[in-house]
Write a protein that binds this ligand. Structure first.
Ligand code: AMP
Length: 320
């Protein structure tokens, strides 16, 4: 088994070798998926200006336009023996947002989720890092100061770390997380102006969604809190299903609530998407039994029908 340091070197040699690089991330991206993807793409362009570098995946349109660029559109014939695919923040191939990663000459996986599916020729996984952005920054730092870190790359990586650590609040936040944040801020970026204002801006309409949830949530006997946003609720509230989980952490600091979930109907895919969070117990094994997965304290799952919800709540209650 190669050490982390050997893997960093291997990845750098692959980056140097290939003239074309495409960076992938998971479907329905969050701040860490997009922050890591655009951070890496920016860092690659800054340091290897002769290479052709792209970021792919569906445009979601639910983040502020000035936080991340529009995704690149590339033709199938871009992928050939000169193309390297780097997939970030994605545990399994089914979740990669663009199946053409396997048309590249080589695939590098860089992730911080449990390594249940070690796809690709090079696999760099570190579940001790709070965000994929933290892991990539650790790797970049190992390359030494001859590689530059621009403010733009730093903004993207900072957004990934802030997103997945809950602004340095979750237990995954470590001394290394702060050390990387220090390095990013040393580029001269302003965390509030350049990152937080763009990530966390809310509208009055968002407040209405929160008000609806606060009037309709439920808590099970042992302390599993949850709210349901059906397609009709989403239409009434003026949101898309991907935004349904935005309020899940309303329940994070509530006494006697140990696990909390959002359940949002995804009519387009005929499924109910669940975001599960927990104070202390690990919920990712239960998430896996409901077509999902993730981290011990933050996982996602899918229900084919809302009638499956009681069995999920029971499975979560059984953890308590
Ligand atoms: P979410 O609730 O969508 O914010 O996801 C929480 C964490 O679980 C993230 O790290 C996701 O990457 C992961 N996750 C969400 N849905 C799934 C899924 N269906 N399969 C595997 N991991 C997932």
């Amino acid at each position: 088994m190669p050490t982390q340091k050997q893997l960093y070197k291997t990845i750098l040699s692959k980056i140097k070798k290939y003239p074309k690089i495409v960076v992938f991330r998971h479907q329905i991206p969050d701040f860490d998926a997009l922050g890591t993807q655009w951070g890496l793409v920016t860092w690659l362009k800054d340091n290897f200006p002769k290479k052709v570098i792209h970021a792919v995946g569906k445009d979601q349109g639910f983040f502020r336009d000035d936080l991340y660029p529009k995704m690149d559109i590339i033709e199938d014939d871009f992928f050939d023996s000169n193309t390297l695919a780097i997939v970030v923040d994605t545990a399994n191939t089914a979740r990669i947002d663009d199946a053409r990663y396997d048309k590249a000459a080589e695939v590098v996986k860089i992730d911080h989720h449990p390594n249940l599916e070690p796809y690709g020729q090079t696999v760099l996984v570190d579940t001790t890092t709070c965000a994929a952005s933290e892991l990539i920054m650790v790797m970049i730092q190992s390359f030494g100061r001859r590689y530059k870190l621009s403010q733009q790359a730093a903004v993207y990586f900072f957004s990934g770390i802030a997103g997945d650590s809950g602004r340095f609040m979750y237990s995954s936040t470590s001394p290394q997380t702060f050390a990387i944040a220090k390095r990013l801020l040393e580029t001269g970026i302003n965390a509030n102006r350049d990152v937080y204002l763009k990530m966390y801006e809310k509208t009055l309409q968002d407040l209405n969604v929160t008000a609806h949830i606060l009037s309709n949530y439920k808590v099970s006997e042992k302390g599993v809190a949850y709210y349901i946003l059906s397609y009709q609720d989403q239409v009434n509230l003026g949101i898309v299903s991907q935004r349904g989980k935005d309020n899940v952490n309303l329940f994070a600091n509530i006494k006697d609530v140990h696990i909390w979930c959002s359940i949002s109907e995804d009519k387009e895919n005929n499924v109910w998407r669940v975001s599960i969070r927990s104070k202390l117990v690990s919920i990712n094994d239960v998430a896996r039994t409901f077509e999902g997965g993730g981290h011990p304290q933050a996982s996602g799952a899918k229900l084919p029908s809302i009638s499956d919800l009681p069995s999920l709540i029971t499975a979560l209650e059984n953890l308590l």
